[in-house]
Design a protein around this ligand. Structure first.
Ligand code: HEM
Length: 126
């Protein structure tokens, strides 16, 4: 199995992941209906986001937490949604890649999802 090493690898990973996400019964609607995601804009942002996390490229500039609050206001982003997001991400990473960066892609997403789930829940209580 291949190591996760290049921007092309990330592009393949992210594209494969969202192919699963948009077809998913539990979380697909966030992307298809709640936010009508402009994929031409969203995908390059996700490539840069992971390039920044995994390769320290600093190509992503944005507010990855902030963009989710408006989504959460329309449809609650709950723990079960994050669990599915993580399940699909882990599955996609493990189907395609191995090695340290692949492990980091999984562990970082777990940490971010944990924090995001907490922040979304807090925001709903305000
Ligand atoms: C149930 C879980 C999640 C849902 C439903 C969700 C949904 C979304 C949606 C609808 C967008 C906006 C797309 C757009 O407006 O074009 C978005 C953007 C984004 N999401 Fe998530 N997300 C989830 C979890 C995560 C997690 C765990 C991460 C990080 C590991 C993440 C990282 C990002 C990033 C980096 C962006 C782009 C931010 C920007 O525009 O700069 N998301 N997400």
């Amino acid at each position: 199995m291949k190591k996760l090493e290049t921007r092309e690898d990330i592009e393949h990973l992210v594209n494969s992941f969202y192919t699963k996400v948009i077809k998913d019964e539990l979380i697909g609607f966030f992307f298809n209906d709640i936010t009508k995601v402009n994929w031409e804009k969203h995908l390059p942002k996700m490539y840069s986001f992971w390039e920044t996390i995994l390769f320290g490229q600093m190509s992503y500039k944005g507010n990855p937490m902030g963009v989710h609050f408006p989504v959460n206001e329309i449809a609650a982003m709950e723990q079960r949604h994050f669990n599915r997001w993580l399940e699909l991400w882990k599955m996609t990473v493990e189907e395609n890649f191995t090695g340290e960066n692949a492990d980091t892609a999984i562990s970082k997403s777990e940490n971010i999802a944990k924090l995001m789930a907490f922040k979304m829940e807090m925001a709903r209580k305000l």
